[in-house]
Design a protein around this ligand. Structure first.
Ligand SMILES: Nc1ncnc2c1ncn2[C@@H]1O[C@H](COP(=O)(O)OP(=O)(O)OP(=O)(O)O)[C@@H](O)[C@H]1O
Ligand SMILES: [Mg+2]
Length: 271
């Protein structure tokens, strides 16, 4: 698990300046949101989300305003059930808010057509889910390669398969799973599934990584190693990361900690 150079060779993350890089202007782009932390590379405005159990409303997010600066490593903490995963899903356009908006790189993204949201998730965002979401019928290596297969036509994938496989294997080596390439998820431990999910999130060289408790199922040492990997992607390659964690020791090693309290974001929580 100690080969950062190898990872760097194989994982090309878009290099952008921390706290500065001007966004690429897109045709017809909507307004850019500026907040107390500067230009919001990833921003939300008055985000509201409730779930419904029959007719009973379960309010979760009650007006979340968040600005994540490009290249920043932000952690979201909060009590169990406070809405951290819900917020991450809205940031990753996996779910839509009841009201409010999500902006990425100057463009409103919560209202994009389904196909455009799919593209964002496949090519621009890397997501690590709290419960892994690995495909049970695929091996570890195939799970990591799945986003490349989805991205490409059959012919395109076939042409680039060696390059993709090399990158997937390098990532799996980096997360310490070289010896489990042909195992299926049911044959992996929780921590191993977590590590496979991390490799999958990085395979497309994302511009933004959204990670829901990526160290939640790992022992302290492995958790710290995985965190160090994410931290090195952030510091060396300016990968913007938003991570949910319950681990305060890990949270305090990131650029910024925000807490979800009663459906809203509180900056720099002291406890
Ligand atoms: N699909 C759903 N239907 C109804 N209620 C839901 C649904 N998903 C989540 N909830 C509720 O919304 C609240 C927020 O859930 P969420 O998973 O975002 O919390 P969390 O902060 O990630 O918690 P944890 O730290 O335990 O992962 C919880 O009370 C949960 O029960
Ligand atoms: Mg959660």
């Amino acid at each position: 698990m100690n080969k950062p150079q190898e990872l760097e060779r194989n994982v090309v993350v878009h290099r952008r300046r921390k706290n500065g890089g001007a966004p690429v202007k897109k045709k017809g782009q909507s307004q850019r949101i500026d907040g107390p932390h500067g230009s919001g590379y990833l921003s939300t405005r008055s985000l509201v989300k409730s779930y419904y159990k029959g007719k009973i409303e379960i309010p979760v997010l009650r007006g979340v305003d968040l600005n994540v600066v490009q290249g920043e490593f932000t952690t979201i903490v909060g009590q169990s059930g406070s809405g951290k995963s819900t917020l991450l899903h809205l940031l990753g356009v996996l779910d839509a808010p009841d009201s409010g908006e999500v902006y990425f790189d100057g463009q409103q993204i919560d209202n994009l057509p389904a196909s455009a949201r799919e593209l964002l998730r496949n090519r621009t965002f890397g997501m690590i889910f709290q419960f892994y979401h690995l495909l049970p019928e695929l091996t570890t290596l195939e799970n990591v390669l799945a986003p490349c297969m989805i991205r490409e036509s059959v012919w395109g994938y076939w042409r680039r398969r060696r390059q993709y496989k090399q990158r997937a294997e390098a990532l799996l080596e980096r997360v310490g799973l070289s010896h489990r390439l042909r195992h299926r998820p049911s044959e992996l431990s929780g921590g191993e599934m977590q590590r496979a999910a991390i490799a999958r999130a990085l395979i497309q060289s994302p511009q933004l990584l959204l990670a829901d408790e990526p160290t939640g199922n790992l022992d302290e040492t492995t958790g710290q190693e995985i965190f160090s990997l994410l931290k090195s992607l952030n510091t060396e390659q300016q990968l913007t990361i938003v991570m949910v964690t319950h681990d305060r020791r890990i949270a305090c090693q990131t650029d910024r900690v925000v807490q979800l309290v009663e459906g809203r974001v509180v900056e720099n929580p002291s406890s």
